[in-house]
Design a protein around this ligand. Structure first.
Ligand code: PGA
Length: 304
């Protein structure tokens, strides 16, 4: 019988026997009867294929094979003890990874939420991936992270998603733009403007293209940029107008560097979602961060 047929129960009995060197004391310690101990030791010897103990007179001795098995049992039960401590720490949120992948636009608030959460959970080990929608969806399909922050719920991957904050897209221009301050501008008026668009694979680009397709309006795209920040600076510099997430331009709107254009049909009100694959088993720490994000939203106030 190969040793893999030995049971943890048998190894535990042998570990105790090696410490006590007496069938009777081993039985007492483990609340078993001496015959039960000796049957289990016999079966373990059969699994190992060699005798593990020898009885000379009243004295019990370990054979060489017995000494090797006893040393292995010590290693094994030490490791199990460490494992028990690790599991308890995970359960009590004393320790644990939070792997978050977020689309670029959410980088304006997710690091802050992660920072606050980590401050109140010193054992949290956060990692953050930032990429556009396409890159984040790729990671989601490969189950690389615990949680994903997305503007739109994917339709091709089975997920659980909880909306946790409003994700508003608005049209912006530089403060002195001729359309600034005008009311109910028809979307078609943007045909005459240089437009600055996010890159292929971006969620904002998708929403922007859908909006103009619905309004049968072809955009005059001057530049494609893979960064909200670069688009914002380009709009401030008067290179064109754009549609961006309100969270990325709040500071510039307040500072008067940018204005929101009153385009009919805008803003587009979507939601930020915290997403993970359906049936994914989240660690207690990742679960706690998810709950924290849902309860605090973007601004640390109410979620929606
Ligand atoms: P993006 O996604 O950063 O990939 O454009 C943002 C969004 O969908 O709102």
């Amino acid at each position: 019988m190969p040793i893999r047929h030995a049971t943890l129960h048998q190894l535990k009995i042998f570990d105790t026997l090696a410490a006590e060197m007496s069938m009777a004391r081993t039985a007492e310690t483990l609340h078993l009867t001496p015959p039960a101990v000796s049957i289990q030791v016999k079966q373990l010897s059969e699994a190992v294929g060699q005798p593990l103990v020898e009885q000379l007179g009243k004295q019990l001795y370990l054979t060489d094979a017995g000494k090797s098995v006893a040393a292995a049992c010590r290693d094994l039960f030490n490791r199990i003890e460490i494992l028990e401590q690790e599991l308890a720490a995970l359960d009590k949120l004393e320790k644990g990874h939070i792997r978050v992948a977020t689309i670029t636009t959410a980088k304006y608030f997710i690091p802050r939420r992660l920072g606050e959460f980590s401050a109140s959970h010193p054992g949290a080990e956060p990692t953050l991936f930032v990429g556009n929608r396409k890159a984040v969806l790729e990671r989601l399909s490969q189950n690389k992270d615990d949680l994903y922050v997305l503007g739109e719920i994917p339709d091709k991957i089975k997920v659980e998603a909880i909306p946790f904050a409003c994700n508003r897209l608005i049209a912006v221009a530089y403060a002195g733009h001729p359309l600034a301050g005008k009311k109910s501008i028809p979307p078609a008026a943007l045909k005459a403007e240089h437009f600055i668009l996010r890159e292929e694979g971006s969620g904002i680009r998708l929403a922007t293209e859908n909006f103009f397709r619905t309004h049968k309006c072809k955009l005059n795209v001057r530049m494609e940029l893979a960064s909200n920040e670069a688009i914002k600076q380009s709009v401030i510099a008067g290179l064109g107008v754009s549609i961006l997430s309100e969270t990325t331009v709040e500071g510039s709107l307040a500072a008067g560097e940018l204005v929101q254009l009153d385009i009919k049909g805008l803003p587009i009100d979507r939601q930020w979602n915290i997403v993970h694959p359906q049936n994914k088993i989240l660690s207690p720490m990742a679960e706690a961060f998810k709950a924290y994000l849902v309860s605090t939203g973007i601004h640390g106030g109410s979620g929606l």
